[in-house]
Write a new protein. Structure first.
Ligand SMILES: *[C@@H]1O[C@H](CO)[C@@H](O)[C@H](O)[C@H]1NC(C)=O
Length: 282
């Protein structure tokens, strides 16, 4: 507790307020795909495509140590079975930390699966999966990762779908020492993605395209061992100290009750020696 409070303080002291309009040219590098990832509309729109030869991907120029990262995304429409769109935070090295959103495509009219995971020190195995309460291919929706010293919150259009609390005091690892970059990619995973790999990608529908707008990082940028934090609302504590209020907790329960399709915390077959500790702490 006290060490995470100290960390929080040092983060707050390093505070610099930076207001900047979203612009992919300024914030993002398209890193692979040989022209299949494009920044358009003078930096306001980014598209990734996948065809039978390659997918594509991008990463943030900055590394962050804590942040609230929002992205508007419109997922691959139509028959997207076999495709996977990833959107995640990840650190470097073999004992990396990672906070994952993955969107598994489906046949036209069938629901996408939103897969989430949290890795700490290279170990994940904390999957939760959801269906959505809207069609993610019709319009842009906001996918957010809040990562502060106390908790990680995954939300969609402001509705939390998952919270992973810092339970280090109970011996559960929590990512807080390694700065992370934002990554996203669109690729073919028809060996496993849709109904366990039964449904293959229909290449006659290629190229597949996912679109991105309004990247916003209220975050602590990590550079040369120092962090400098920003917040568009002017108050960094709004995200650094953010927790779920009563209304948000109710919405989280609504999502988990109605849209959660897999939860590692209830998969007793998978953990015959007992569920992971974070699943049993109250
Ligand atoms: C695809 O649709 C089926 C049938 O509704 C559903 O069971 C499955 O979870 C969906 N998602 C994936 C990725 O297969």
């Amino acid at each position: 507790m006290s060490s995470s409070f100290g960390l929080l303080l040092s983060v707050l002291i390093g505070l610099v307020l930076v207001a900047s309009a979203a612009n992919f040219k300024q914030d993002i590098d398209v890193t692979w795909g040989n022209g299949r990832g494009k920044i358009l509309e003078n930096g306001q729109l980014l598209t990734l495509t996948l065809d039978r030869f390659s997918g594509s991907g991008f990463q943030s120029k900055n590394e962050y140590l804590f942040g609230k990262i929002d992205m508007n995304m419109k997922l691959v429409p139509g028959n997207s079975a076999g495709t996977v769109t990833t959107y995640y935070l990840r650190s470097q090295g073999s004992t990396w930390d990672e906070i994952d959103f993955e969107f598994l495509g489906n046949l036209s009219g069938e629901p996408y699966t939103v897969h989430t995971n949290v890795y700490c020190g290279g170990k994940g195995d904390r999957e939760q999966q959801f269906h959505l309460w809207f069609d993610p291919t019709k319009d842009f929706h906001t996918y957010s990762l809040l990562w502060n010293p106390r908790r990680i919150i995954f939300s969609i259009d402001g509705t939390p779908i998952r919270e992973f609390k810092n339970l280090e005091s109970f011996g559960v690892p929590f990512p807080k020492r390694q700065p992370m970059r934002v990554y996203s990619s669109l690729w073919n995973a028809d060996d496993w993605a849709t109904r366990g790999g039964l449904i293959k990608t229909d290449w006659s529908k290629a190229p597949f395209t996912a679109s991105y707008r309004n990247y916003k990082a209220d975050a602590c940028v990590w550079s040369a061992g120092k962090s400098s934090c920003s917040s568009s609302s002017g108050s960094p504590s709004s995200w650094l100290l953010q927790e779920l209020d009563i209304g948000s907790q109710q919405r989280l329960r609504w999502v988990q009750k109605n849209y959660m399709i897999y939860n590692y915390c209830t998969d007793t077959n998978r953990f015959p020696q007992g569920l992971p500790k974070e699943c049993t702490v109250r």
